[in-house]
Design a protein around this ligand. Sequence first.
Ligand code: SF4
Length: 509
Amino acid sequence: MAVSLDIGALRARRPAEPVNVEATKGDGLGCHAGKDAMRAAAEAAGMSETLEQLRQDYPAGPHDQPQSMCPAFGSLRVGLRMRRTATILSGSACCVYGLTFTSHFYGARRSVGYVPFNSETLVTGKLFEDIREAVHASAKPEECDAVVVINLCVPTASGVPLRLLPKEIDGVRIIGIDVPGFGVPTHAEAKDVLAGAMLKFARSEAERGPVQAPRGGRSERPSVALLGEMFPADPVVIGALLEPLGLSAGPVVPTREWRELYAALDATAVAAIHPFYTASIREFEAAGRPIVGSAPVGHDGTADWLSAIGNACDVPAEKIAAAQNRILPAIRGALSAMPIKGRITLSGYEGSELLVARLLIESGAEVPYVGTACPRTPWSEPDRVWLEERGVTIRYRASLEDDLSAFHDFRPDLAIGTTPVVQHAKERGTPALYFTNLISARPLMGAAGAGSLARVINAALANKPRFDAMRDFFEGVGTGHAAGIWQEIPTRKASPKVAAPVKPVGEMA
Ligand code: SF4
């Protein structure tokens, strides 16, 4: 049915902010439109400032967009993991389908809000009104501390102005963020977009007056906030490493609850365990907190990290030395008890790739190559220096092609990487481990990390004969004529001549 539009009325409903009409033309905008088209549309829609901030926080190059999932998943996941937090997506239905599917695959167990749009609601500004309505409906103080609204690619490119949403409704904070695939390179960095926005909000609240104390009360010892999603045992291990310095482990950012943001900002120092949280670090620095890079992995990493944290928190040198003397022999013991023998290439998009490489090398492995989808930042510099001193090639913003070419150049005994790298290696009979599920999902810090990593790596290395047997068995399957794809255009062949029917014996004359 055709719908006649009252253009005058539509114009009257337009918000004060510009909305980009181009976004609705032809096929619309999305991953398929190309980054340049999306960026140009967003700039035209008045989003230059947002894009410039994203460019500064998450620098591109040499390869500007690693091949990973939709970046917005990082922000969505952070929101879904927080208590008393509602999350609403604004974007194309296909993007929202993929994002909700992935979040439930990873066990979100929480509803994801969605404000759909069409060309008309986008052009007239009705989409923004719909978002505002959805935010008002979701902001129930008895259920929520915060409502997060995430603009995906098309609403960002169209300039849907989330900054005009109310900052608070009945005490519920409203956090609107733009997380376009053409501005945030990885889903890891998208976690920082939301964490940084929340820290900024919490910091302004703390500056205005008293705020909620942490659920378990404030620690008697000065605390160190931990930046980066890590294996649940790691903050406990880090707490034990900090104890002889007279310090305690503070909240992990991204936090699981709004009030933890205040406790994180209240920490004496911040450990940037994952080095790409640029927006969050900006907020901590604005709160006057010193930032310490790298992490307590392996012997050398732990020794340096204890010194750096101790210095940042004004711990006396003798106390730092005493802590090192108490902790380091156990780590050295764990490393030598579980040696790793073999050549390993390593790549991933979690941001902890350099730390894992350090641990592998201290365990005895040869690691010629580390690729990470994340950018080079000051907070991973100690790891870069340590690794390069040992001859490791590090590729920041690594592409799949970089990782595969390293696999062919270095011919590893084990490839640790993303799904396509793992698949490529296994097809060639080389054992491989998926970084996200098998390496990130175990402790890395202190003595616990040394032992745990070696167990899974050695088990994978020992699988080589099975991979050889499988490769021999399946040789040729899935390639050439066995690929299930026509090798040439089928042609109709002439029908064979049909022989004259043979009469049954009984009918013979
Ligand atoms: S929101 Fe994600 S899936 Fe959708 S167009 Fe942007 S990058 Fe692609």
